[in-house]
Design a protein around this ligand. Structure first.
Ligand SMILES: Nc1ncnc2c1ncn2[C@@H]1O[C@H](COP(=O)(O)OP(=O)(O)OP(=O)(O)O)[C@@H](O)[C@H]1O
Ligand SMILES: [Mg+2]
Length: 310
């Protein structure tokens, strides 16, 4: 079974609406992938857990709308975006937005090929012309002037229209998926005009039973009791953050998964969690609170032979 079929099977098992999945099949049949961009079709290493989020995202994309995934760090925004382009069988362009980007980076620019001036298309133009899924990653990080060029692309006009260049019609299979983070330093709001062109999906934290499954899948040799304890640790930290005892810095699923990988490689649990979780906060008092939470959940000196069935 190829990876896309595995993803369909996973979603069926997760209970995602069979009607929505059937519509995705129809979409794929209507827009078969061409050979030219085959290499851009994602082969996701991991799957996104969360039935409700899946159903909302599928409905938005099937309706032809743009999807904005907004939420705290490590809530699976990029994993979901990648999963979606794979499920729909479309090539994807992943575009990291930053403060210095301008319209010509997104759309394209004239360059000299040695003999004549040619238009070198940017990632948004390529995705638009070729029925791609464009992932506009951290879309809120770019300046408004750079984003204005996307207004006509993202609304009912579905064109890219830059003065002096040809007008590009957006292919009917093209979708735009924005991701945006909020809550920590350096994040900005998304301006209203742009936000209005997306259906906004607010990404929840992964549920406990899903996190336990995720850990067991990613580390197939982890002992089940430890998959559970690591998952519970995440929610212990979440409760502390919810009560305002600690900041959200240490509430980092990416860090937790990295820590498990370090234990697998050979570090003790305490060392791994210190580097990947505790030390993400730089306040000494808060760090102590975080290590207390960790110590209450897991012995500090476990090694891979105890945590994994090697
Ligand atoms: N619901 C979920 N299902 C599957 N994986 C998840 C989920 N939530 C978080 N993860 C895991 O968290 C890690 C981070 O995921 P990802 O990079 O997609 O997050 P993100 O929301 O884009 O984060 P950031 O805002 O920091 O860029 C990955 O290892 C991913 O597998
Ligand atoms: Mg991300």
């Amino acid at each position: 079974m190829d990876r896309q079929e595995e993803l369909f099977a996973f979603l069926k098992e997760e209970g995602v609406s069979s009607d929505l999945l059937a519509q995705v099949r129809q979409f794929r049949a209507a827009y078969p992938s061409g050979e030219e961009w085959e290499y851009r079709i994602a082969n996701p290493a991991s799957f996104y857990y969360g039935k409700d989020v899946w159903e909302k995202a599928l409905a938005v994309l099937l309706a032809g709308e743009n999807l904005l995934l907004s939420g705290p760090k490590a809530t699976g925004k990029n994993v979901l975006a990648e999963n979606l382009s794979a499920l729909f069988g479309r090539p994807s362009w992943d575009i990291s937005f930053h403060i210095n980007m301008d319209a010509s980076f997104l759309i394209g620019t004239d360059t000299f090929d040695g003999q004549k001036v040619i238009f070198r298309p940017g990632p948004v133009s390529l995705a638009a012309e070729n029925g791609g899924f464009a992932v506009l990653d951290e879309i809120n990080m770019a300046k408004n002037e750079a984003l204005a060029v996307l207004h006509a692309t993202l609304d009912f006009r579905r064109v890219i229209d830059m003065p002096g260049y040809k007008k590009i019609a957006v292919h009917p299979a093209t979708r735009f998926i924005g991701t945006m983070n909020y809550g920590y330093a350096g994040t900005r709001d998304l301006n209203e005009a742009l936000c209005s062109r997306f259906a906004v999906l607010s990404m929840p934290l992964i549920r406990e039973e899903d996190l336990t499954k995720l850990i067991s899948r990613r580390f197939s040799d982890i002992r089940p009791e430890f998959a559970l304890q690591f998952a519970r640790l995440f929610y212990d930290l979440q409760k502390k953050a919810e009560h305002g005892d600690i900041s959200e810095r240490a509430l980092d699923l990416r860090g937790l998964l990295d820590a498990i990988a370090l234990v697998h490689t050979g570090l003790q649990t305490g060392q791994a969690l210190e580097m990947c979780v505790t030390n993400k906060t730089f306040d000494a008092y808060e760090r102590r609170l975080v290590s207390d939470v960790i110590a209450a959940r897991l012995p500090q000196d476990l090694r891979s032979a105890e945590v994994f069935q090697l």
